[in-house]
Ligand binder design. Sequence first.
Ligand SMILES: Nc1nc2c(ncn2[C@@H]2O[C@H](COP(=O)(O)OP(=O)(O)OP(=O)(O)O)[C@@H](O)[C@H]2O)c(=O)[nH]1
Length: 213
Amino acid sequence: MSETYDFLFKFLVIGSAGTGKSCLLHQFIENKFKQDSNHTIGVEFGSRVVNVGGKTVKLQIWDTAGQERFRSVTRSYYRGAAGALLVYDITSRETYNALTNWLTDARTLASPNIVIILCGNKKDLDADREVTFLEASRFAQENELMFLETSALTGENVEEGFLKCARTILNKIDSGELDPERMGSGIQYGDASLRQLRQPRGSTAQNKQQCSC
Ligand SMILES: Nc1nc2c(ncn2[C@@H]2O[C@H](COP(=O)(O)OP(=O)(O)OP(=O)(O)O)[C@@H](O)[C@H]2O)c(=O)[nH]1
């Protein structure tokens, strides 16, 4: 059965190694925690169709390796991404300190307009926390990011993270702030919206047949 959707958005999941990027993607796609997750080599890929604000959106998600030695490979996937989950681990200040570098990469290599949601993952490990919610939310505000704390283990806020990002992109399309037709926007029209785009014009084949002139 072929999938119909209004839009396709290209998403990235970026952040330091071991922060839980692959587990977040797995939880979002499979609805369960990925046991025995290994370091990602290069990039992995997943997709899911979601409903956001009455629109059907296919999210095409690239899960990138956090390890430095894969950086040149992963960077080549940034181009034309519409949205990103920028992930740190709330129990590791080191992963939080690296956020500025990841952010610079995303905005320079993907697009300055990329919509980014900051995810403080491993929310379930609150006893081992090294970064407070308040500190991270200030960082998010200063850098114009949305922000959530997530747990790929329990599933808390995982779906919300992806959907919030998709909803913001849709709002920006509606307001004209993002143009899906711009090259490298990371947004494509799907079958459903193409059909809508073709139909209402007065010059469709059907209308011509019905025209009495
Ligand atoms: N407690 C807890 N552990 C998690 C969570 N998410 C991931 N983990 C664990 O953290 C480790 C790293 O998870 P991955 O998803 O492989 O991390 P990654 O960011 O994809 O790592 P790279 O591929 O090397 O960039 C694994 O041992 C996971 O079991 C979470 O929300 N809570």
